[in-house]
Design a protein around this ligand. Structure first.
Ligand code: NAP
Ligand code: MG
Length: 499
């Protein structure tokens, strides 16, 4: 097969990359007070992409002050209907610049541009459209007062109010989509936001910031501060002027967010890591299940919090499934994010490459068998071969730890109780899946999973209307759907003595 020519980089993206990438503070493109910068790289070849303003406490202070002023100002007074129009317009404007967003995302994160076009950008648009509809539907309730100790004639009701200034700190695996997951519901509920993108992938958030202004978001309602997690992220988590922190990232950093947030007891929601079980029963449509299991782990280079990284296969079809997923893995096209043929791009950074290769080494040392893959691909860029491991035991690090790369650990089961024990034998509880044609079995297994999302005969199905979040150490709270407003509003109870 001859390689197709690479997807071309639009002039608008070239122009964007020729300018310094600054913070967005109080509606203005803002360099750091220190004038310090850091670089963001293209993981396909390690080349520098852009200079990015390196934020510090000074920028966090200014952004939080701007967000507070906007909350007390025009945004706080705007009707839900007017907020809705602006949030909807954000989605429209992303759609108009969809190609720029897709190319920037591919360049910065390494994901194939074809996937960014098909998944990341359309989903980000959907998120703004869905939440634009919520601005006018965030309701309280009227509640009877009946306790004997409070005789009288009362009218009691609740109202949902914005929580205030929200800080959002996000990971690099779905940069624009994670920004949309935070901003769309936070703004729909009437909050103002300070967003810290991941240091590896600051570009699409910056373009989104430009769009926010164009859409008519008042100054200070959305602020973006670039920089490192231990500086900017930690300063936001600790800031007394922040009312709520919404974090997406690793379980380890999630715990440090909780510590930092103690000072003013700001509200915390956490979307953390996973090590999700994916179960294939012997009675499944095996072709669909094998393709689904490959997609469950290899989509987005395995850099997906919900990735199906532990595959459990019923004994009688084990050999067939291992062969099927290994063949699928070996056939995946691993290459530059701008090649239209690529199905797997590079990992996001040298650090992530080292992490994944470290796990592959540990699997080998602990006795796992590498059926396919297992190595770095090439010496330029951060590519790893899609990898299938068998002969794994529950205590191996490749089974217990979130690798966050294209590596699946496969084991077999022969009975329901043994399966459920093994599937739930993890500190994580983000997602799980089962493939079977037996409806009662599907629901029994779904009921047994300790996980926030369960897919039956499917995987990676995410929708702005569906609650998403983790059991156990995969997080606190739920994002999306109506559930997310638990995180982005305060409930006020009002009691009137009618006399
Ligand atoms: P990470 O290292 O936890 O970083 C996430 C974000 O937190 C980054 O912006 C990072 O800044 C910042 N950060 C780092 N240390 C901090 C600190 N001490 N205080 C405040 N902020 C800090 O995670 P990652 O490697 O970027 O992302 C991978 C992880 O995210 C995986 O565990 C994955 O499962 C999880 N994830 C979860 C979901 C979900 O919805 N549940 C979605 C996507 C990803 P830097 O830019 O300096 O790194
Ligand atoms: Mg980058």
């Amino acid at each position: 097969m001859t390689a197709s020519s690479p997807i071309s980089v639009p002039t608008t993206v070239k122009n964007f990359l020729s300018r310094p990438v600054n913070h967005l503070i109080d509606g203005a493109d803002t360099p750091s007070r220190s004038h310090e910068q850091f670089l963001t790289f293209n993981p396909s070849d390690g080349a520098e992409l852009a200079h990015v303003a390196l934020g510090a406490e000074a920028e966090v202070d200014r952004a939080v002050a701007a967000a507070r002023k906007a909350l007390d100002g025009p945004w706080g007074r705007m009707s839900g209907s007017d907020r809705s129009k602006i949030i909807w317009r954000v989605g429209e404007l992303i759609e108009q610049k969809a190609e720029d967003f897709a190319i920037l995302e591919a360049l910065d994160s390494g994901k194939p541009a074809t996937y960014a076009r098909a998944v990341d950008i359309p989903l980000a648009i959907d998120w703004f459209r869905y939440f634009a509809g919520w601005t006018t539907k965030i309701e309280g309730t009227t509640i009877p007062v009946s306790a004997v100790a409070t005789p009288g004639n009362y009218l009691a009701y609740t109202v949902r109010e914005p929580i205030g200034v929200v800080a959002a700190v996000i990971a690099w695996n779905f940069p624009l989509m994670l920004a949309a997951w935070k901003l769309a519901p936070a703004l729909a509920a009437g909050n103002t936001v300070v967003l810290k993108p991941a240091e590896q992938t600051p570009l699409t958030a910056t373009l989104l910031g430009e769009i926010m202004r164009e859409a008519g978001i008042p100054d200070g309602v959305v602020n973006i501060v670039h920089g490192y997690g231990h500086d900017v992220g930690n300063a936001l988590a600790a800031h007394p002027g922040v009312d709520k922190i919404s974090f997406t990232g690793s379980t380890e950093v999630g715990k440090s967010i909780i510590n930092a947030a103690r000072g003013n007891l700001k509200k915390v929601t956490l979307e953390l890591g996973g090590k999700s079980p994916n179960v294939i029963c012997a009675d499944a449509d095996l072709d669909a299940a094998i393709a689904g299991a490959a997609n469950a782990i290899f989509f987005n280079q395995g850099e997906a919090c919900e990735a199906g990284s532990r595959l459990f296969v019923e004994e009688s079809v084990y050999d067939r499934v291992v062969e099927g997923i290994s063949t699928a893995a070996a056939q995946l096209n691993v290459g530059d994010s701008l090649s239209p043929d690529s199905q797997i791009g590079p990992l996001v950074s040298q650090r992530q490459l080292d992490r994944v290769l470290g796990y592959l080494g540990s699997g080998e040392a602990e006795g796992a068998t590498t059926v396919t893959g297992g190595k770095r691909k090439g010496s330029v860029g951060y590519f790893v071969e899609p990898t299938v491991l068998t002969d794994v035991t529950p205590s191996m690090k490749v089974v217990t730890d979130e690798i966050f790369g294209p590596v699946v650990a496969v084991s077999s089961f022969s009975d329901h109780d043994e399966l459920m024990r093994a599937a739930n034998d993890t500190d994580y509880g983000l997602a799980a899946a089962v493939w079977t044609s037996n409806v009662s079995k599907a629901h029994n297994i779904a009921a047994g999973f300790k996980a926030g999302t369960v897919w039956i005969n499917s995987y990676h199905v995410l929708d702005p209307a569906l609650p998403f979040g983790g059991y156990k150490q995969s997080g606190w709270g739920r994002e999306h759907g109506s559930s997310v407003f638990e995180a982005y509003t305060e409930t006020k109870t009002v009691i009137l003595n009618r006399g």
